[in-house]
Design a protein around this ligand. Structure first.
Ligand SMILES: Cc1cc2nc3c(=O)[nH]c(=O)nc-3n(C[C@H](O)[C@H](O)[C@H](O)COP(=O)(O)O)c2cc1C
Ligand SMILES: O=C(O)C(=O)c1ccccc1
Length: 399
């Protein structure tokens, strides 16, 4: 892959230049403020779907608190330009250590949904991870993504032939890496959706992938065209309500010839089991605080997982990334790359592909600038030594 012609930080200059013509950016450049911007612009149901968390929201808040508790220590006089953000993740060369997290039912936010996201991913040069709960088919998204890098996220159905068929479709259309999400084999208690009686994948067409699947269609009593609601209802028990187990992972190897990572790992011993099962990596994630309310902050779990398996496998991270500094901190704590979640979906809601592009360019510019100002020219230089030592446990004063 050729080096980026221009650095990601150029977005900053581009914005300032437009200011000379009295133009300001169409969307805020503070990605943590996008949620408020979106609240005013989209319906309460899809807003609640994206912004909401499980239970009281304790884990969603803990995710942010963990980022705030880590501080970066910039170094001076290092001539940290130009910078190269390229990195290799699971054998793929990425333009930056950032991917778009799998987010289902994006047509609930914008009619173009995942197609807009796929176009923005291609335009910004970062991979997208397509959700099994996509509102557009695997093939449509691949086409919209063009020459982009695409990964596929599996909500592992309880039907081997349907699973094999979905995986074959993803491989045939250029998805290279499989992300198997383990933490959402059923939805948690989510007051934001429950209070509005809003089940996104039924209301926002999150069943495009199974409903376009020849094997699933052959199972239906009445065709999708005759009774789409009944077809969606028939999909529910196949993909939700029952967990798989460690001894079934071999099936994935048989049906996928690229790298496989397990998403939703929080316990170091689960990471250890993933390595033992021959998985290629893990994504440390608590699903953005949307599953177990009270679960450990994802960034704290990252530290423990990296300590256990960091030398043996690739550890990716998501849950709470809202700025370049956040991405930097996760990389410093041992993540190979980070997945951006809610912020890009707010960009989608506010401005379709253009909105997603703005969010991604903002994050990459911010990460690039942060690296430079801290004194790193390459991702490999972002290590634990760039962070302030943590306060000792128990809150005693440091000596
Ligand atoms: C609206 C929404 C839908 C999501 N859908 C999926 C999904 O289909 N598959 C999946 O693996 N994760 C899904 N996630 C979890 C994300 O991949 C990611 O783990 C999470 O958004 C990270 O937290 P953050 O958005 O607070 O950074 C979803 C998250 C949100 C907010
Ligand atoms: O809402 C989610 O967090 C999620 O993962 C999901 C699951 C199924 C359908 C849509 C989204």
């Amino acid at each position: 892959m050729a080096a980026p012609r221009r650095g990601f930080a150029d977005y900053q200059f581009e914005i300032y230049l437009k200011g000379l013509e009295d133009q300001v950016p169409p969307f805020t450049t503070d990605l943590s403020a996008l949620e408020d911007a979106a609240r005013d612009r989209i319906d309460p149901q899809p807003y609640g779907y994206v912004a909401g968390a499980a239970g009281t929201g304790a884990t969603a808040r803990a995710n942010r608190a963990a980022f705030d508790a880590h501080r970066i220590v910039p170094r001076m006089l290092r001539d940290a330009a130009p910078r190269d953000l390229r990195t290799t993740v699971l054998g793929s060369e990425l333009a930056a250590p950032v991917l778009l997290a799998p987010i289902g039912v994006q047509s609930a936010l914008h009619p173009e949904g995942e197609l807009a996201t796929a176009r923005a991913a291609e335009a910004t040069g970062i991979p997208m991870v397509l959700s099994t709960a996509s509102s557009h088919t695997i093939e449509e998204v691949a086409e919209a993504n063009g020459t982009g890098q695409r990964w596929f996220q599996l909500y592992w159905p309880h039907d081997e032939e349907v699973t094999a068929s979905i995986l074959a479709r993803a491989r045939a259309t250029g998805y290279t890496t499989l992300v198997v999400t383990l933490d959402t084999w059923q939805l948690a208690w989510r007051p934001h959706d429950l209070d509005q009686a809003y089940l996104p994948f039924l209301r926002g067409n999150g069943v495009a992938i199974p409903l376009s699947d020849p094997v699933f269609r052959s199972r239906l009593d009445r065709s999708v065209e005759e009774d789409p609601r009944a077809a969606a209802m028939q999909w529910l028990p196949i993909f939700s309500g029952k967990a798989h187990t460690w001894d079934e992972l071999g099936f994935l190897h048989e049906h996928w010839d690229g790298p496989i990572v397990l998403k939703g790992i929080l316990h170091p011993q689960d990471a250890r089991r993933a390595v033992a099962a021959g998985m290629d990596g893990v994504v440390v994630s608590n699903h953005g605080g949307r599953q177990v309310d009270g679960a450990v902050a994802a960034l704290d779990a990252l530290v423990d997982v990296v300590a256990e398996v960091g030398g043996e496998t690739e550890v990716l991270f998501d849950s709470g990334i809202r700025s370049g500094a956040d991405a930097f901190k996760a990389l410093a704590l041992g993540a190979r790359a980070v997945l951006l979640g809610r912020p890009y979906v707010y960009g989608l809601a506010l401005g379709g592909a253009e909105g997603v592009r703005h969010v991604v360019r903002s994050l990459l510019a911010d990460l690039d600038l942060t690296m430079g100002l801290v004194g790193c020219t390459r991702v490999a230089q972002i290590g634990p030594d760039t962070l302030h030592r943590p306060a000792p446990a128990g809150g005693e004063a440091r000596r």
